[in-house]
Structures are given as C-alpha cells and as structure tokens.
Design a protein around this ligand. Structure first.
Ligand code: ZN
Length: 461
C-alpha cells in the first residue's frame, strides 16, 4: 500500500473518545472531549463529542485524561549513537570527531542493528512516529528500525573523507570512499524509499560540508535534481568545520551548499550553530529547513541562533540528534533557549510554536506534509496519546503548557502509526522490549571494550 491509499470503506477500525486533541496546521487548534474516527490507515474525522458522527467501530478506546497530538517527527538522529550515551555528552562535541569513543567504522552489522533497534524503540515509546536517521550499516538498520513500528527514514553517511582518521584531526579526501558511500546510499534509496505503507524511506545524507568534497556534494545535488526528494546534512556544527571549508573551498559551509546546488527547501541541515548573519540570510531566502538540536547543542555548551534564523526565514524543525530520543524534552529546550536569546517571553515563541516545529514543520521538511504533521480528516493516523493524569501534569488547566513545560517522553501511553496501535499502556506491541535492551547493552559493552583497548596502548606508550 502506498501513502496515497484512501480510507477503507465501511465501519471504522478505531474510535478514540474523551481525549483533548492539540495540533497545529500551522495555527494552534485545541478540541476538548474529542472523538477521532480512524478507518484503515487514515483519520476519518476529528470532532468535538457534540459534532462527531455516530458510527460503529471495531474498537473504541476511552482516552479521558489524555492529550492526543500528531506523532513527533524527529528530523535528525543517529540511533546507533545510543552506544555513547552517558559518556560522550561530557567529552567533546560530535562523537565522529572525538577520540576515545567507539566510531562508526568499528561497529559490526549485528551491533548496528542491536543499537538501532534500541534507538528506534526509545523514539517510538516517547512518541516519535517518524525519524530521520543516518549512520552506518543503514541497509540493515533501516528495516530493523521500521520493524519496531515507526516510520524509519535512514541513510548511510555519504562522505569522501577518511572517517577512520577524522577523530585524529586528519581530513584526507579519497574519491573511492565517496564513490562507495554514494553508491551504497543510492542502492539503499532504490531498495527502501517509498516502502510499503510509507514506513521506510531514504533521504540522501551527505555527512557535512567538511567531510564531503565539493564534487561529491554536486553529485548528491544532481541526483536530487533528477529524482526529487530531500537531502539532509550537518551544517556549521563547529568552528572547526567552518575553518576546514574556508581553507579548502574559500567559503562558508552554507555558501558551499549553495554553490553545489543543495541549499533550498528540500534541504534539512542540522545544527547551524556557527552560521554567519549572511549565511542565515542566504539560507532563509532559500527556505532551508533547520534541524534544530537544542538539547544536544546545549549539552555541549552551545546554542544555535534560532531567533535570528527564524527572522531570516529559515524553517525550524526539531531533532534530538544523539544519545536520547525525547521530543517533549526537545520542545522544552527549544522554548527555553529561544527565550534566553530573546531575553524574555514573547508571543512568537510559545509552546504552540514548539509543537508546530516538532510535528507540522518536521513533516513538511521531510516532504510528508500532505500526509502527516496534523490531525485532520484524510491524513494518516500517526498520533501520540499522553497520559496527563500524573502528579507533574496536574492541575490540567492548559494541557499544551503542561506538556511542554513539565511533560516527559515516558508520559506517552499510546502511539499509532498508519492507524495501527504500536504502543499501548506504555509498552511497544510489535517487539520484545527486554531482548532489545539486552542486545543493545551487549553490543555497546563490546564496542567500548574495543575502543578502550585502542586508547590504552597509546596512553601507556
Ligand atoms: Zn547529527
């Protein structure tokens, strides 16, 4: 079934009653005591109890005390990097550039799958129904993540720098590496993009302007030109990246993306912390999407200039990046960091704006806005139900305010993807959670053991 399949005729498959619906399309809409009818993969209607059609359903779920939102769209993550959780946050910045931690080229296929399944499970249980992932062994991790129950977009890192040397401070470009990584990404695209029920997809992912040569970036742009779709990358995530690109190409990373034909509305660029004002104007005029990673960046002591970016016309969507998958946390960090930049509270940066970035904007950035990102008749039934009957979410006067200021991923009680309940009672239904946790722990332990064995001899030498 493709994404364009229409709602099944006949009785509804699922009727949700009693919930408070909150979504943006893009303006905020709140429906108290709502009834949501779901037929097949799609939403048949969303209405207040008084206006809802009286129709039979195969199953009715009473969600009084719950908030129902569109599924979160996490536009930038690396699920395998759960392997450095709890350690890399306190070491340096992006793990690929940090010595002393396990790196992508050291991850075996089995370890990749074990860690990716953990990352996908966490994301799903915390309410993400779409993730945009990139790392290694994507041919195996992509279907493994989709099996957990969410819509998995993934791509191997496209680069021509030798990643086995970058964390040692060496940027050595090798055309053969570019050929191989681009070839693998194109094969992945041919195999998995637009998969059944839209549960798998591939957005080509050149790693970053400093790890991809100009020629390689042009080849990615040519492919997008011919086949359409979205390209994702990192952009100005460090001063070092800016400096590398300046030395190599005589321009900023943003200018390089423009020069190679990648800058535009079909680009999702992550971080952007070190974009200049002229970069922001350039990216804003091109309607670029930024994958804003507020919590991850703040953990490294940095803030992307999001208020200036928004003013410049850049479209903001939200992402967790590494080592955690809680989009509710991310909304809160985005809200607070934006207010620190503005020096106070204003109308343009409120909980509803964060919800829009986490859902509607993310879906549009991913090229999925026609089908996802808001709760309306005809769209796909990807939704998150948050149990608000908890001490930190009561009193429930303004549910969206409670959610963004004090909510947590683990308050998610139910998740639907493509009309299917994939999380219920806070448990993932498609997979054995305990075995995913055990496999991931074992994989990470083995990777750390090997990483430490590499570092120790150097230290002792
Ligand atoms: Zn990243």
């Amino acid at each position: 079934m493709s994404l364009n399949a229409s709602a099944a005729p006949g009785p509804l498959d699922l009727l949700i009653t009693g919930a408070t619906v909150v979504h943006t399309r893009p303006q905020l809409e709140v429906i108290e005591n709502a009834v949501i009818g779901i037929a097949g993969p799609r939403i048949a209607f969303v209405a207040g109890a008084a206006d809802a059609p009286r129709v039979a359903a195969r199953r009715t779920v009473d969600l009084r005390g719950h908030l129902v939102l569109p599924g979160f769209v996490n536009v930038h993550t690396h699920t395998i990097l759960t392997m450095v959780r709890g350690v890399a946050e306190d070491m340096g910045f992006a793990p690929a550039y940090t010595p002393g931690v396990p790196h992508g080229h050291e991850v075996t296929p089995d370890e990749a799958v074990a860690l990716a399944r953990l990352g996908a499970l966490e994301a799903l249980m915390f309410g993400s129904t779409v993730i945009n992932d990139s790392y290694v062994h994507a041919d195996l991790t992509l279907p493994a993540m989709a099996d957990v129950g969410l819509r998995a977009y993934a791509c191997g890192r496209i680069h021509d720098v030798d990643f086995s040397r970058v964390h040692l401070g060496e940027w050595r470009h090798d055309e053969a590496i570019g050929e191989r990584t681009l070839g693998e990404a194109l094969a992945l695209h041919a195999r998995w993009h637009g998969g059944p029920e839209g549960r798998t997809g591939v957005h080509l992912t050149p790693h970053a302007p400093d790890t991809c040569s100009q020629g390689l970036l042009r080849r990615v742009a040519d492919h997008r030109e011919r086949h359409g779709g979205v390209v994702t990358t990192h952009l100005s995530q460090s001063r070092m990246e800016n400096q590398r690109v300046q030395e190599r190409d005589g321009c900023t990373p943003c200018e390089l993306l423009e020069r190679t034909g990648l800058l535009g509305p079909s680009l999702i660029a992550a971080h952007g912390m070190y974009m200049s004002e002229s970069d922001m104007r350039r990216a804003g005029a091109a309607r670029m999407n930024l994958a804003h990673v507020p919590k991850g960046n703040a953990t490294g002591g940095r803030i992307a200039p999001t208020r200036a970016m928004q003013d410049a016309g850049i479209r903001l969507a939200l992402a967790t990046d590494n080592m955690h998958a809680d989009m509710i946390e991310v909304m809160r960090w985005a809200l607070n960091l934006g207010r620190i930049q503005a020096g106070g509270i204003d109308d343009g940066w409120q909980p509803a704006d964060m919800l829009r970035m986490a859902t509607y904007n993310g879906a549009h950035a991913m090229g999925l806005g026609e089908h996802l990102g808001s709760l309306e008749a005809g769209k796909l039934a990807d939704m998150v139900c948050v149990d608000m009957r908890r001490p930190h979410l009561v009193p429930n006067i303004n549910p969206l305010g409670n959610l963004v200021h004090t909510g947590q991923g683990r308050d998610v009680a139910m998740v639907l993807v493509h009309g299917e309940i994939v999380v219920e009672g806070g448990r993932a239904l498609r997979v054995d959670q305990d075995s995913i946790l055990a496999d991931a722990q074992q994989a990470a332990a083995a990777l750390w053991e090997r990483a430490r064995a590499q570092v120790e001899p150097r230290r002792n030498a």
